[in-house]
Design a protein around this ligand. Sequence first.
Ligand SMILES: [Zn+2]
Length: 453
Amino acid sequence: MTVALAFCISVGAQQASAPWDLLLKGGHVIDPRNNMDARMDVAIQGGKIVRVAETLPATLTKRVVNVHGLYVTPGLIDIHAHVYAGTGLRAYTGDLSVYPDGFSYRTGVTTLVDAGTAGWRNFADFRQRVIDRAKTRVLAFVNIVADGMSPYGENDPDSMQPPEAARVAREHADVVVGFKTAHYAGPGWYSIDRVVEAGNLARLPVMVDFGYLVGERTLKELLEVKLRPGDIYTHMYSPYRTELLPSGELNPAMRRGRERGVLFDVGHGGGSFYYFVAAPAIAQGFLPDTISTDLHIGSMNRGMKDLPNVMSKMLNMGMPLTHVIDAVTSKAALSIQRPQLGHLGEGAEADLTVLRLEQGDFGFLDSAGARLDGRQRLTAELTIHAGEVMWDLNGLAATTWTEFNYQMRPEPTAPAKPTRPTQPPAPNQPPAATQPPAPNQGTAPNQSTPRQP
Ligand SMILES: [Zn+2]
């Protein structure tokens, strides 16, 4: 009895001395994995979710963020993006990709999944160049083609090597979630058979962009025979592979594929989302499992824009809000076999998105440039990754400037001297780790001499 009492007191004292870092107060939490769809407070400490409850005391936290009237969801997961930027190539493995941090947090996204931009041969370069430098969590499908979406195309059967792709998946198991084939225009089932073989070797799902219908390749055989349960059919509302029959009826293969466990992903992109396909498909009850952007330079400045915009389209076409959130959180996480992501259970990493659902007159463009008029639009107000505020559109987590405690940097003790490496870094090697001194800050010369890479 005495021991139990002493334990209670010690836990109580610990709570009082270690307050939460952040408390999101008064928001409407939608967390489909935990069947939560109600007004709830969320407490964050040490980068983790520590409490979710109807009312949590503001006295136990260092910072309170008032999110009344807003939706609080797990950090959004975009399972189809292209982020292999910075190679200098004029291809998706280069200029047509975007850097993750420039497009993730500002759109509510905490996890971006690259959809096969890099192949098994250049995956290590993609990793060191982008994945390991991004703050955003970047995961990836490995392209079954050696050089991925390079200037050389994705049609060479000799470069589709399942054992090599599986080896890369093993070596980078912490970031690889599966394999991808796309844009295949050659004959036969070669790209599909090879990518599924890699999936079997590594026990991972595959994502399929079904490319061009050539010869005997049919959607029926792909969805009813070739793909396995858990494999992902992306670009589901494209018209290019008989997804919608000339009669306006959804291809029955789509429904049979779903019955077999194949997952269907939006993958909007620059040329893969059309209302004349999506509207009848949705009217016939065929909603997506996952909503994704197919983010790249060619889609973000056109109809696609960003993930909340694609989510808004689905909402305005009749998909319930909780299903929309499910498709970019819990279901997205499960489709890439990362069940630890996409939910707000206590102990989970504190990835959260605060969304505003605006009512008004809005227009949404598809890949052809046709407009859907809608009355609802989702925008990302606040994005938190591992407990840290990464995006705050209206300064919800901030203090008003008149009460803000400005900490001015100290005066410099020595004149600032810009420094440069004495030798440029060798090609294909990362630059020297030394950072240039911040402006107006003194740095002793011997400390800023660059080390050789
Ligand atoms: Zn894509």
